[in-house]
Ligand binder design. Structure first.
Ligand code: 13P
Ligand code: SF4
Length: 299
């Protein structure tokens, strides 16, 4: 209680906005001003007038906020919260891949480092990837770093998708067998999967959606039970916003350790000290901003 009160006082005093990804622990979701998926949080950061943006998520998300709101102080309370997928391609590798595929446009998933975004034509998130790819005039598209999202997009576009081979270890570990045994237990349930899952898992899904889109789908689909092919943290916000329905992860092991690093005390400490502060060197921030703003204009 004391922590909550102090956080509220500091938010007011500092004109700080606390934005929280849907996978964050319940206690952090309760302390935030706004919870959402990567796209919603990027838009919130870009549009906010707050002087301080505290980003409860992982590093690429906070860097995106800093790139889109360069005049604001951006804080990532757990400075070591990284995304392994974002580390799966380096700028050197992307440059080489571009040289090997001349004429192809480059679409980079926001789960990437700022220097890789800087080498890209446009960014995307899991909720707008297909729309972004289809908006391009190029017929050949390098899609990086997520091979599973790339595969999903390739099934729904006329364009040639040239995937990089990165993946999310959390979603990659969700198996067909886990989906099958959950379906056996709950035969009337709908299965919602995040597009970071493997293609064979996505083939079994009733809905393939970003974390933010899961709320809309669960409200519209008349079924009462939803099996989740994503990080287990989604259960809390889904249950909170749609209390009449049940949400069951197909794998209890689908936990992103980096998303669980922030505690209320760590959040409070970061507001007290205004650290760890996120910075992005100008030479990457300027071209990365172009790629991100193009995404925000398109979808
Ligand atoms: P969303 O954009 O769907 O929130 O996904 C972000 C993410 O990191 C999924 O693992
Ligand atoms: Fe990265 Fe996967 Fe964690 Fe999302 S769930 S932040 S893609 S490691």
């Amino acid at each position: 209680m004391m922590i909550k009160k102090r956080i509220e006082e500091l938010k007011k005093k500092l004109n700080a906005l606390v934005i929280v990804h849907n996978y964050q622990p319940p206690g952090i979701q309760e302390l935030g001003d706004f919870c959402g998926d990567s796209l919603e949080l990027s838009r919130k950061a870009a549009g906010s007038r707050a002087e301080v943006i505290v980003f409860c998520g992982v590093d690429f998300m906070a860097q995106t906020a800093k790139i889109l709101a360069p005049d604001r102080k951006v804080i990532l309370p757990a400075g070591d919260a990284t995304c392994p997928m974002a580390e799966m391609i380096t700028p050197g590798e992307l440059s080489e891949f571009k040289n090997d595929n001349p004429g192809a446009a480059v679409v980079t998933y926001v789960n990437s480092t700022a220097d890789v975004k800087a080498l890209s034509d446009v960014c995307c998130t899991s909720s707008n990837a297909l729309k972004i790819v289809n908006s391009l005039s190029a017929e050949r598209v390098i899609f990086t770093p997520d091979r599973n999202l790339a595969h999903y997009v390739s099934l729904h576009t006329e364009k040639e998708i040239i995937p990089w081979h990165g993946f999310c270890p959390v979603h990659e570990n969700i198996t067909v067998d886990e989906v099958a045994s959950s379906r056996e237990k709950y035969p009337d349930a709908a299965f919602m999967a995040h597009p970071e899952c493997r293609p064979e898992v996505l083939e079994l899904a009733d809905h393939i959606v970003s974390t933010g889109q899961m709320f809309e789908v669960a409200q519209k689909d008349p079924r009462k039970i939803f099996l989740l092919g994503t990080e287990t943290g989604m259960v809390y916000p889904l249950k909170k916003r749609i209390p009449g329905k049940e949400f069951i992860p197909v794998s209890s092991e689908a936990v992103c350790p980096n998303m669980k690093k922030i505690t209320p005390q760590i959040l409070l400490d970061s507001l007290e000290s205004l650290s760890p502060e996120v910075t992005v060197p100008e030479k990457y921030a300027v071209p990365a901003r172009e790629a991100l703003e193009k995404m925000l204009r398109t979808g």
